[in-house]
Design a protein around this ligand. Sequence first.
Ligand code: ZN
Length: 246
Amino acid sequence: MADDPLQLDPSIAALIPLTGQSGDASQQSAPPISFQDLSQFLPQRQQQGQQTQQTAQSGQMPSIISMPAEQGFTPGRGKNQIQGIVLHSTDGTEKSDVRTLRGLDPQHQVSANYYVTRDGRIYQFVNDQDTAWHAGQTIDNSRYGNSATLGIEQEHIDGKQDWPKPQVEAAAALVANLRAKYNLGQDQVYAHSQIAPERKQDPVNYPWGDFNQSVIQKLSPAPRQLAQTQSSGNPAWQDLSSLLSR
Ligand SMILES: [Zn+2]
């Protein structure tokens, strides 16, 4: 594919006026901040930090059905660590997908960290810290391969089905949570077709625009959520207290 759907970023562009409202990107070099300024400063910091240092939003993680794979994955990640998320489509349906992605199909030794059904339920088969066999050979395995990425499979018959909203929303909620958890940017969420372009086309016909917009929405802290995260050890809050003591 010539186009990289993840780079289009119409929704990031829509964010620019939001963060631009403050117009104070140079705030860090400004004189010490008084305590009274702080309450106004905090929400801005959170918005600006979205792309580099997200904070997990409480209440956004959908419930996950844990069904550990018995084989077809590698414990641990070797010397690698989580550097990205790869989205797939299975070209299959739930019952057989679940069996296959838990490593139980002797014909296909594959697995996935997560699986999202068409009605928006999420399974976890392989722990985040273990290596699911989802990506195969990629253009750079140290960066995009199994040991470097979380694999999210999605129930979808390639070329024959649509992408129902509950499924896209569930995947977006999962990705938003994982991005916050592992401090991953939007440019670290890949289509399988991007990282293995000569072999793979999935996720086929994926609605990247809706998906990306939903992820960004879920990563944007609402005022009420801000209040919750502040009182529960939000890292941004701790950064701020060190700013105060300067
Ligand atoms: Zn795939």
